[in-house]
Write a protein that binds this ligand. Structure first.
Ligand code: AMP
Length: 743
């Protein structure tokens, strides 16, 4: 790790130096000083490089507002203050109707100060700040990573098809997820259906509450997700110079609290700020709840109502009993499922980030609610995560890097099991290639969480769309299992051995089915189930009321049933118990693979220094869709035996490859394979077959450096590079460098 302090006079030099730092360079303190020492704020007169046009400069500036390190912030703060000073001065001069010449002079100085701020931002900003989304999208479309579904019919928003590269990337990510969680943590994997009967989702709360607030254009009926409309409208307002600082402050305040808003809060904001339809400028309706599930029916009669599952989790809960049995009745254990989730998003946008059908990887970790320690927690306790706690969000304080052990010890994170999964989530995201500097864990505010949830931390990744929730890590307490028990009367509990057997007094309410059946017909069964589910305390209360009033009104989800004493028998007895029945708590990490994949594509996207048109994807070899390309230098037949030997060697090690024997120059062919993120290019040249054993070169796409080695060593080396057992620098140290002509 390098760190240090540089004083640089030239912005371009700074820029170049910053670009050249290796990824493990922590930070360099960079001070940009004007050539005129007396007036440090005097601007550089050098022109800005053409690629930094106004839009890009704005992007860089916005990026730094979110992502500046304290060191960078320290450099920018005085320059921002200097700009503000002259902005205020000009306003003041105008208000006092000062002479035009004074105002003009001040404007010249303000422009100069702004320019210096911009140039400094450009010099200090990391590469990704000027990320060009259009270029990435162009690449992804051209090389068919993914594209809108049914494009030849005009496409459907929120639906995407993956092409060969997208498919392979996704498959590799899923393979790593399976390894990282299911294999390494010994989880029980299930594969449940997407079609889900209505009662299951009624019990889970999805039928009643899985909804987003939507507002409609009062004239043309166009629909908008209310919170998104507010967010976008406020962001627009923030960039409007005519809007007062007071209103902007109010807007900022709304943005900070938006996640926890209900319909009334949103309506109040829309009315107060006078927000309109962003498309037509028409008025908007009050927010209305729109359920996101896709309804359907099973079978031909149309009577069996169902939905496409909005998450995979319910499949695990309904199989809890079998899974517990499979685990010999022991807690804790975790089950996992990889599969599709379907959500009828109101206004899907931002490509893969908000879609209507997406692959989820979900874990349900069942644990004793009284003991959420995690046996392997010590292994991750020192791991540092960037935590954006609820307190930080409310105080307007930045996220902080904290060891997860410390965060659990001081109760910032509720318990070890949740903390463990957050650390493992961090490891997984880093393993597949997410940039750690653009990853944080944001805690849900209390009004953002479901009432039963105990704590929830989203892994958010910074993309050009802002911070995006890619993984939810939640402690959902006992809610889900209890709900399915209530709906089915199938006990979803585990047994916990008591230290010593104890005598307990049982009080039960038993339904008199003969009389109940006469009075309530079909409803009798429901009443019997409800009575069986009552606790001893509840039964005692009923007994007292029956004695006092000779009547009890049983409430089942709002429906009232009158019970006279002859309909219910109260039974009391004593029992020695050796085990206690507990409903396990559930810790649920829920991964959206499409979002992680999109973030990964952004974080892996590169433009060649000095040739910005040459774009490529620098994937970690572990997840790269294809590991190697094989490029014969010419179509000459003499190369064929070497090519065959290379293919055989790679197949032996189960390494995927793509042969590019097209007629383009080798440089052009390298560029083509770089674009689809192939990390290693194997070139078969005229030297290759001259010696036995054959030799070839391997080119590392990211650095474009090459080494030469025997074909028989290829498979092992590339396998090691893919798995991370060896780095490219290790290979460079071991094998002779190959000097290729400039590409
Ligand atoms: P949730 O159950 O809402 O916490 O979602 C779990 C994960 O699914 C999120 O962290 C996202 O990664 C992903 N996800 C949720 N909704 C969508 C969507 N409409 N499109 C793509 N991914 C989604």
């Amino acid at each position: 790790m390098l760190s240090g302090y540089l004083i640089l006079k030239n912005i371009r030099t700074t820029q170049r130096l910053l670009r050249n730092f290796s990824s493990d360079t922590k930070f360099f303190k960079v001070e940009v000083v004007s050539s005129n020492r007396k007036t440090p704020l005097q601007p550089q007169r050098k022109s800005i490089a053409p690629r930094f046009e106004k839009k890009t400069r704005q992007k860089i500036s916005d990026y730094l507002k979110q992502m500046a390190t304290p060191e960078i912030e320290a450099q920018l703060a005085p320059l921002r203050a200097a700009v503000k000073e002259y902005g205020d001065l000009i306003r003041d001069l105008k208000a006092k109707q000062a002479p035009k010449i004074d105002i003009d002079k001040a404007v010249v100085e303000l422009k100069a100060r702004k320019k210096l701020l911009e140039e400094t931002e450009i010099a200090l900003a990391p590469k990704e700040a000027s990320f060009d989304r259009l270029k990435l999208e162009d690449l992804l479309k051209r090389r068919f990573f993914y594209d809108q579904s049914f494009a030849i019919y005009g496409g459907v928003t929120g639906l995407y098809d993956f092409g060969p590269m997208g498919c392979a990337l996704k498959a590799n990510m899923l393979q790593q997820w399976r390894k990282h969680f299911i294999l390494e943590e010994g989880m029980l994997e299930v594969d449940c259906t997407s079609l889900t009967p209505e009662p299951v989702l009624k019990a889970s709360g999805h039928v009643d509450r899985f909804a987003d607030w939507m507002v409609k254009d009062t004239k043309n009926g166009e629909c908008f997700r209310a919170d998104h409309l507010i967010k976008n409208s406020i962001e627009k307002l923030m960039n409007d110079k005519k809007v007062s600082a007071e209103v902007k402050k109010d807007g900022e305040d709304v943005l900070a609290r938006l996640e926890g808003f209900d319909d009334k809060d949103m309506h109040e904001v829309i009315t107060r700020f006078k927000f309109k339809s962003p498309i037509t400028g028409n008025d908007l309706t009050e927010p209305i709840a729109f359920n996101l599930m896709f309804p359907t029916q099973i079978g031909p009669t149309g009577d069996f109502k169902a939905f496409l599952r909005p998450e995979t989790a319910q499949g695990i809960f309904v199989n809890f009993k079998r899974l517990l049995e499979f685990n010999q009745g022991k807690l804790p254990f975790a089950a996992a499922q990889i599969g599709l989730g379907f959500r009828n998003e109101i206004s899907p946008r931002q490509g893969l980030i908000r879609v209507r059908e997406f692959t989820m990887c979900e874990i349900e970790h069942f644990v004793d609610p009284e003991d959420k320690r995690f046996p392997k927690f010590a292994k991750v306790a020192d791991e540092k995560l960037v935590l954006f706690s609820a307190c930080n969000q409310l105080d307007g304080a930045p996220a902080r890097e904290v060891a997860i052990g410390e965060a659990v010890a001081n109760k910032t994170v509720a318990n070890e099991t949740l903390g463990y999964y957050m650390a493992r989530c961090h490891q997984f995201l880093m393993k597949v290639g997410i940039d750690g500097r653009r990853l944080r864990f944001r805690q849900h505010l209390s009004n953002e969480m479901a009432h039963y949830a105990q704590d929830c931390w989203d892994a958010e990744i910074l993309t050009s769309y802002g911070w995006i929730e890619c993984v939810g890590n939640a402690d959902r307490a006992c809610y889900d299992l209890q709900q399915h028990y209530k709906a089915t009367n199938v006990k979803l509990v585990a047994e916990k051995k008591l230290p010593e057997p104890v005598d307990v007094d049982i009080v039960e309410a038993q339904a008199n089915m003969a009389l109940l059946g006469k009075k309530y017909k079909k409803e009798a069964k429901k009443i019997q189930t409800a009575l069986q589910q009552l606790t001893s305390e509840q039964v005692t209360a009923i007994e007292q009321e029956l004695l006092a009033k000779k009547l009890y009104n049983l409430d089942i989800n709002g429906e009232k049933f009158e019970l006279a004493p002859d309909l219910v028998n109260i039974k009391k007895y004593s029992k020695k118990i050796h085990v206690q029945e507990i409903t396990p708590s559930v810790i649920e990490p829920s991964y959206g693979i499409g979002r992680i994949m999109y973030a990964l594509l952004e974080h892996s996207f590169r433009q060649r220094e000095g040739d910005e048109q040459r774009t490529f994807l620098a994937f970690k070899p572990l997840v790269a869709p294809i590991k190697c390309s094989i490029l014969p230098i010419s179509a000459n037949d003499t190369l064929v035996p070497v090519m065959d030997a290379v293919k055989e060697e790679l197949s032996h090690y189960e390494l995927s490859y793509k042969v590019d024997d097209s007629s383009g120059t080798i440089g052009r062919r390298y560029a083509r394979t770089d674009e689809i993120g192939i990390p290693f290019g194997i070139t078969v040249d005229f030297e290759s077959g001259k010696t036995t054993p054959y030799t070839v070169t391997i080119r590392h796409a990211e650095t474009m450096s090459q080494i030469r080695l025997e074909v028989s060593e290829l498979g092992r080396l590339i396998s090691d590079l893919v798995s991370g057992r060896q780095q490219w620098s290790d290979a460079q140290a071991k094998y002779p460098k190959f000097e290729a002509s400039a590409e």
